[in-house]
Ligand binder design. Structure first.
Ligand SMILES: *[C@@H]1O[C@H](CO)[C@@H](O)[C@H](O)[C@H]1NC(C)=O
Ligand SMILES: *[C@@H]1O[C@H](CO)[C@@H](O)[C@H](O)[C@H]1NC(C)=O
Ligand SMILES: *[C@@H]1O[C@H](CO)[C@@H](O)[C@H](O)[C@H]1NC(C)=O
Ligand SMILES: CC(=O)N[C@H]1CO[C@H](CO)[C@@H](O)[C@@H]1O
Length: 304
């Protein structure tokens, strides 16, 4: 009987092992090409292997992007209530803090006690939907407010925010979805094992402020970023922008330069490897055209 129990135990452990090993979570390769658009009419014409989109506001886009062989990262808010999203009413009103400055009719959500208050289940339902619609990864946005209690009107702290993120990341991984860390430099180190890649759109003219991404890239976790043209008022010529691109390319980050409004001029920083040479190419196009309009292709070769 003891032997039988031991065997049964082994089978159970093995079962668990096989179960967790069989879970495939996509991981974007370092230096992947990507495109990021979360408002306006989605431009399907960009030659990029990964699209970051606002999945709650355009659910039909996911299947279209997947059918053209793209991977889709589904970005959505986990820390603010947005009135114009279908499931917003499931967020208990007594958990809302102050209005979010600069956003239309959005409020901060009290995430403390997320496991029992109802917030956690709204967000896990969003992750379920992301899975069902075919997203490859989720990117949690608008939640890094633990140092802003004066503004939010809430009592949050580092540990609450960290635990909330880890809970949702674990949930997503259980469904086989990859998880992106957007910004939140102060927790980037503690969240290293909870995420599969990183994204930043607030290096804000200071390349060094995104150095925390090196830890990720050095461990084969891709780093993506956007520099907004509005933050570089003294950059005028194409060469100026290309120099900015080169800084990120040399760090093996995937980078995009564009306007905040998402409808202006963009510059994509990409690397194409050919034989032993690195060819750096930057193509610009207008967001909003159904076909990417290649205005120019700038290419130069450098020797490592
Ligand atoms: C939403 O997705 C559909 C289907 O892919 C697309 O035709 C449409 O342009 C998108 N709408 C917006 C506002 O991006
Ligand atoms: C991600 O989605 C949220 C919610 O719609 C939006 O507020 C945010 O601006 C998006 N992120 C980016 C970088 O576009
Ligand atoms: C970038 O990647 C290449 C290999 O693809 C590697 O040789 C190089 O050291 C990397 N650069 C940095 C800064 O990590
Ligand atoms: C330090 C840092 O990068 N904080 C950012 C975390 O993400 C929020 C959005 O969710 C940004 O507003 C913060 O600037």
């Amino acid at each position: 009987m003891r032997n039988f129990n031991a065997i049964l135990c082994l089978i159970l452990i093995c079962g668990d092992f096989v179960n967790s090993q069989s879970l495939y979570v996509w991981q974007p390769p370092v230096k992947s090409t990507f495109y990021y658009q979360t408002s306006g009419i989605l431009n399907y014409g960009v030659k990029a292997s990964i699209y970051f989109i606002d999945f709650l506001r355009n659910q039909s886009a996911i299947a279209d992007l997947k059918s053209s062989g793209r991977r889709v990262v589904c970005n959505f808010s986990i820390g603010i209530y947005e009135r114009n999203i279908a499931d917003s009413n499931n967020i208990p009103k007594n958990l809302l803090g102050n209005l979010v400055p600069g956003m239309y009719q959005a409020s901060f959500i009290n995430i403390a006690g997320y496991q029992t208050s109802g917030v956690g289940s709204v967000m896990t339902a969003r992750i379920d939907l992301a899975k069902q619609l075919g997203c490859d990864a989720v990117q949690f946005d608008n939640y890094d407010y633990y140092q802003m209690n004066q503004i939010t009107g809430l009592l949050l702290n580092y540990q609450i925010q960290l635990s909330y993120f880890q809970y949702l990341a674990y949930y997503a991984h259980q469904l086989g979805l990859a998880v992106s860390l957007k910004n939140n430099i102060s927790q980037a180190s503690d969240l290293f094992n909870s995420v599969d890649f990183v994204f930043s759109d607030n290096c804000d003219g200071n390349t060094a402020s995104c150095n925390y991404m090196d830890q990720y890239v050095n461990n084969n976790k891709a780093a993506f970023g956007i520099s907004y043209r509005e933050n570089y008022l003294n950059y005028i010529t194409d060469q100026d922008w290309q120099q900015l691109c080169v800084q990120y390319i040399l760090k093996n980050y995937s980078w995009l330069i564009r306007t905040k409004s998402q409808d202006g001029y963009s510059l994509r920083c990409t690397i194409i490897n050919q034989q032993n040479q690195n060819i750096i190419s930057s193509s610009s196009y207008k967001i909003g055209n159904s076909i990417a309009l290649i205005l120019f292709v700038f290419t130069f070769i450098f020797f490592v």
